[in-house]
Design a protein around this ligand. Structure first.
Ligand code: CLR
Length: 264
C-alpha cells in the first residue's frame, strides 16, 4: 500500500542537504511525511482494533470522577504532553520543517501541536460507542468529568467523530497533520515566505494523494476541519487560563515543562 523508498530514509534524516533538497520533489516529501507519521504515531491502528472491547469498568470510571479537579488536570496534562512530544518528533522528521528557523519551528509547534494531537486522536477513536483510547483502555466523555470542562470534551469528541466519518487512510492523515502544522497564517513567523513555500509543497502532496485515491472532494472537507481545529484550540487555551487562575500552584509546579512552554 505505501511504497516508501527505503533508500530515502538514511538520506533524509542523516544529511540536512538531502533534507533541503527533498522538499522540491512532492513524491519524496510525501514519502518522508508518511514515514515520519508512521514512526511517531505511538500505536498502530490495526493493533488498537484488537483492543476495542477494552472499556473502563464502572469502578475505574468512578475513580477518575472522584479525582479532584487539579489532580485530573495534572493527569491529563501529562498524557497530553506525552502525545505532544510525539508530534514534535513527527515535525522534526519532516524535511520541509527542518529547513525552517528555530524560531519559526517553535512558533508552528506552539500553535499547531495540540491541533495535530486532536487529528491523531481520531485514529484512537471508536465511533460505535464514542470512546477514545486513553490510559490503556477506551474512555467515554464521563471519564473526563472531573476536569470540569464538559463543553471542551464534548467538542473534542464530536471533532473525532467527524474526522472518523471521513475515513482517511494513514497516508492522508499524515499529510493532513503536516498541513495543520506547517501553516503560514500562524502569528509570529520570521520568514513567512519560506513557511509558505513549504506549506505549498505539502498542499501539493496532499492534493496529489487525494487525486490518486479518487477523493479530490476531501480537500474541501479537510479545510473545514482545520477551522474547527482552530476553534477547539482556542477553547483549550481558554480553559487553561481559567485553570491557571484557579489553581496557580498546580499549573506552575506540577504541569510538565513542555506543556507550560507550548501553551502557557
Ligand atoms: C490524544 C491521542 C494520544 C493519547 C491522548 C492522551 C490524552 C487525551 C488526548 C489523547 C486527547 C485530548 C484529551 C487528552 C486528555 C484530556 C484532553 C482527551 C486521546 C481533553 C481535550 C481535555 C483538555 C484539557 C486538559 C489540558 C486538562 O495518543
Amino acid at each position: 500500500q505505501d511504497r516508501t523508498p527505503q533508500v530515502l530514509q538514511p538520506m533524509a534524516s542523516a544529511y540536512s542537504f538531502a533534507g533541503e533538497l527533498s522538499f522540491f520533489f512532492p513524491d519524496e516529501l510525501c514519502a518522508s511525511i508518511v514515514r515520519s507519521h508512521r514512526e511517531t504515531s505511538q500505536c498502530r491502528v490495526e493493533d488498537l482494533q484488537a483492543l476495542r472491547w477494552k472499556l473502563f469498568s464502572r469502578e475505574e470510571i468512578q475513580a477518575y470522577q472522584n479525582k479532584s479537579v487539579d489532580e485530573m488536570w495534572q493527569h491529563c496534562a501529562i498524557r497530553l504532553t506525552d502525545a505532544v512530544q510525539y508530534v514534535v518528533e513527527f515535525a522534526k522528521h519532516i524535511p520541509g520543517f527542518r529547513i525552517l528557523s528555530q524560531n519559526d519551528q517553535i512558533a508552528l509547534l506552539k500553535m499547531g501541536s495540540m491541533e495535530v494531537v486532536l487529528v491523531r486522536m481520531s485514529r484512537l477513536f471508536n465511533t460505535e460507542n464514542n470512546t477514545v483510547f486513553f490510559d490503556g483502555k477506551f474512555a467515554g466523555t464521563e471519564v473526563f468529568k472531573s476536569l470540569a470542562c464538559g463543553d471542551l470534551i464534548t467538542a473534542v469528541f464530536d471533532f473525532a467523530h467527524g474526522m472518523c466519518a471521513l475515513k482517511l487512510t494513514e497516508q492522508q492523515i499524515a499529510l493532513f497533520s503536516a498541513l495543520v502544522l506547517i501553516n503560514a497564517d500562524r502569528p509570529c513567523l520570521e520568514d513567512r515566505g519560506r513557511v509558505q513555500r513549504v506549506q505549498r509543497s505539502v498542499e501539493l502532496g496532499l492534493t496529489h494523494i487525494l487525486h490518486r485515491d479518487n477523493q479530490d472532494s476531501l480537500m474541501h472537507k479537510l479545510y473545514q476541519r482545520m477551522a474547527v481545529l482552530r476553534s477547539l484550540c482556542g477553547l483549550h487555551m481558554e480553559k487553561l487560563r481559567w485553570f491557571s487562575q484557579r489553581y496557580p500552584l498546580t499549573a506552575h509546579s506540577l504541569f510538565p515543562p513542555l506543556y507550560k512552554e507550548l501553551f502557557a
